[in-house]
Design a protein around this ligand. Sequence first.
Ligand SMILES: [Zn+2]
Length: 240
Amino acid sequence: MGLNGCGPVRHASRSTFCLAALDKFTAARHAPFMAFEPEASSPLDNLWQEYASIFCDWDDLTLGRWLAQTLGQLQGRAWRLSHPLVGAYRLAAKIAHDRQIWLKRIATPPAGYAESPCCRAPFLPLLTRDVRAEGLICQHCNEILVPFEDIPAEPREAAGSWAQAYEPVHAVAHWDDRQRRRAGNYDEAFEKAAKQAEQLLTRAGRELAPKLLDAYASVIWEDQDECLEVRPEDVTLGET
Ligand SMILES: [Zn+2]
């Protein structure tokens, strides 16, 4: 009855999308193996299942057309992962992926979008701090869309050095007891790392994602760091 993908979701943490639940989503992305552990659905998961139900009620053609039209609106800009339109798109995209909307060629995306090698959906990459290891992530199937080495040279170099600078900053959130003791005041070290992460994420939004737009029709960038408790509202881009 067209409800494919709308029941309980196997990889709940990989397929739950929202402003707050994006934290969980990206946490799963950064620690992919965790996503395969069975987990009880949380109240937040349930809420997002409820949000997703609107898309579950749509037939394939309606869903495909909505995605294609929304891609037209996303085109030509770099988007925060936390943007509500992006959140809605990703929610719908997950259901469309489960129903193989793009594989069946039910809808035609805007001409600027190439076809993804991973799942044949339109090319919609996500930039994260793990870009060196994981490349750019497909927003339809959540697999690697562009391996790091295949990113065009200029944005690759910029993203590579940015991610390298980010690594030790993010690592502060995962220091073990010995490292924390060595730091003396861990709260202070954590706070300092969070501030640095805010600046690094601002750079991703201001410089890196726009650079990628030369190569891709639309780009999404991760605008939060769940481990360092940096929220999208902490990452300010200023006037454009
Ligand atoms: Zn894909």
